[in-house]
Design a protein around this ligand. Structure first.
Ligand code: ZN
Ligand code: MN
Length: 436
């Protein structure tokens, strides 16, 4: 029997607002002294009242708009009740039946459409840390993260292959970065994700009677691994006549696979009810339209512009569109008619300018012009430039003297940038003479 993967994602993104979701504590918690950024609201102390962060609401709706969602004109927060030590109130303020955004979609570059079920806003929880203190195993809790604004994006189970996940998640990351609402760094935990995975006989139209949720996948490298591990685990069970258990599993880097954590709860287990301390919100059409107008150019739009206006290949357009700095330099540089967009893209993408990008489009044009000049092979001019570089880079000189080749190439690069098109072997010879 041949099998078909049914895969969907829940992506959580911490918003980079100045303050937290419902209080005035700073939202930037990464690397801060534990429990130094808390107050009665985000510690969930009795009697403390939440006040919504309007900037976070605006950003969540803009992300919804960027994902082609319908925006609810009436929306509210709800309490999601569950017990866990990182959630001292016993409930998370989230959104249940009136999320800010719903029914959106996103196209992958293959043309595949991924439907977005919903985009809602909630608060982050505290963070547990398991440690050994004075020989005893303990769990420590840091509440700096508690109450940080968190957007949750839920997709429909539209992915049919684990290889589509990477492209989708990078696209989400690029959109969030274009909106400038979060860095969405998986390594720092500001973008986190859960995969919902099941397998069914190929061609079946009804969804399978179970799904497995995989949590704790905190790097792009492990997503495909975790999903592929699950798919083959499910197929093995299905082929022996069993149905995989509906449960939550965690990805373990050391095992290279997933392990069972708990049986999966259903929505009704959370006893959602409307948050009584926060009045519902209404939005007018003109407010939503204003936010729609304020959206920056989004990656998909930038890609198609690069392809149609500058006849770039779709692969090159994708690279430039995914890097804001590269895109800025490119658009500055193409205003000079002397060089073709293709030549400019080539310098940027293939790092011809050097390991770092040029600062401006103008610098890139200067570099291209220097390539057209005849190569400098005047040793007195080179010696002068070499002396200047040596006195300005004592650290690199020390590295070269201790045998680090890398530093020599670094200095050659600097001289090349200074002089333009220059005889490299002569530069190297003079550089070594002057240093030793
Ligand atoms: Zn607080
Ligand atoms: Mn959530």
């Amino acid at each position: 029997m041949s099998w078909q993967t049914v895969l969907g994602f829940e992506v959580h993104i911490e918003l980079a607002t100045r303050s937290k979701m419902f209080c005035g504590c700073p939202a930037d918690h990464f690397g801060k002294t534990p429990n130094s950024q808390t107050c009665p609201v985000c510690l969930g102390l009795p009697g403390a009242l939440p006040v919504p962060n309007v900037r976070a609401v605006e950003w969540c709706i803009k992300l919804g708009l960027a994902l082609n969602c319908q925006i609810n004109r009436f929306s509210k927060f709800d309490r999601k009740n569950y017990f866990y030590p990182d959630l001292p109130k016993g409930y998370q303020i989230s959104q249940y039946d009136q999320p800010f955004g719903h029914s959106g979609h996103l196209f992958l570059s293959s043309g595949k459409k991924i439907r977005i079920t919903r985009v809602h806003l909630e608060e982050d929880t505290g963070k547990l840390q398991h440690a050994v203190v004075e020989g005893k195993k303990v769990s420590l809790i840091d509440f700096n993260r508690s109450g940080v604004p968190l957007v949750e994006i839920v997709t429909e189970p539209d992915f049919t292959d684990s290889s589509q996940s990477d492209e989708f998640l990078k696209e989400i990351q690029n959109i969030v970065r274009a909106l400038d609402i979060s860095r969405a760094d998986m390594e720092k935990g500001s973008m986190r994700l859960e995969a919902n995975i099941s397998v069914m006989p190929a061609g079946q139209t009804n969804l399978p009677p179970y799904k497995v949720e995989v949590k704790n996948v905190n790097s792009f490298r492990f997503i495909k691994k975790a999903v592929d591990f699950e798919i083959s685990r499910h197929i093995k069970l299905l082929e022996s006549g069993k149905t995989p258990k509906q449960e939550t599993r965690g990805y373990s880097e050391s095992l290279g696979g997933t392990v069972s954590q708990r049986s999966k709860e259903e929505a009704h287990d959370y006893r959602y009810f409307p948050e009584p301390d926060i009045p519902p919100m209404t939005f007018t059409n003109s407010q939503i339209n204003k936010w729609l107008q304020e959206l920056p150019p989004l990656p998909e739009q930038i890609r198609s512009e690069l392809i149609s206006n500058f006849t770039l290949s779709s692969a090159n357009a994708a690279i430039i569109a995914s890097n804001q700095q590269m895109y800025n330099i490119f658009t500055q540089a193409v205003s000079d008619p002397e060089f073709s967009p293709k030549a400019i893209a080539d310098v940027l993408i293939n790092k011809r300018y050097g390991p770092v990008l040029p600062k401006t489009g103008n610098d890139l044009i200067k570099y291209l012009k220097s390539l057209n000049q005849t190569s400098i092979s005047d040793s007195s001019q080179i010696t002068e430039a070499v002396k200047k570089i040596i006195s300005a880079n004592p650290r690199a000189i020390a590295d070269i003297k201790s045998g680090k080749q890398q530093a020599l190439f670094y200095l050659i690069g600097l001289i090349k940038r200074d002089l333009g098109n220059v005889d490299i072997s002569l530069v190297k010879k003079i550089l070594i003479e002057q240093i030793l």
